[in-house]
Design a protein around this ligand. Structure first.
Ligand code: ZN
Length: 159
């Protein structure tokens, strides 16, 4: 599948070529392109959709019941939340940390390993030049969440 961001994107306001840039919002990495001239920015539609899902989950209040299990109380974590974390291809440890944060407030911390599971998106472009003439033009793209989209394109000459 060809990603739309692999195309050359021209700013609709000033006709300049837009450049790729990843931005981070609330721990989320979003692919985007921006116009170096007028600062217009477009977020990758897939990432924007995922981010909206996250925000709507974040603002949602779930009513869960406490049940007595042995000498402890148990609450269930809504599947929606767990599925979303897993969808993001983050590995979740089944152990969670529970903290009594403030009076009347308990927090549950999922042990999400940042090393292997941080989504790393790289896009770079460079040219090999000899005698002021571009010989090879290389474009590289990699996304740890979608390794199938990784690619390296070589083009001869100045294209
Ligand atoms: Zn522009």
């Amino acid at each position: 599948m060809v990603d739309i961001f692999d195309n050359r994107i021209i700013c609709k306001k000033c006709n300049s070529e837009m450049k790729k840039q990843n931005i981070e919002k609330n721990g989320f990495i979003l692919r985007s392109v921006f116009c170096p001239k007028c600062k217009e920015r477009i977020i990758h539609p897939n990432d924007e959709q995922e981010y909206k899902k996250f925000i709507s989950l974040k603002n949602k209040e779930f009513k869960v019941k406490m049940r007595m299990v042995g000498n402890s109380y148990a609450v269930s974590i809504p599947k929606e939340i767990v599925s979303f974390i897993k969808e993001q291809e983050r590995v979740m440890n089944n152990m969670v940390k529970l903290c009594f944060e403030d009076f009347g407030r308990l927090s549950l911390n999922f042990d999400i390993k940042p090393d292997k599971n941080t989504r790393v998106i790289k896009a770079r472009e460079y040219k090999l030049v000899r005698n002021n003439k571009p010989i090879i033009h290389i474009k590289e793209f990699s996304d740890s969440a979608n390794p199938k989209n990784n690619k390296k394109v070589y083009k001869l000459g100045d294209e």
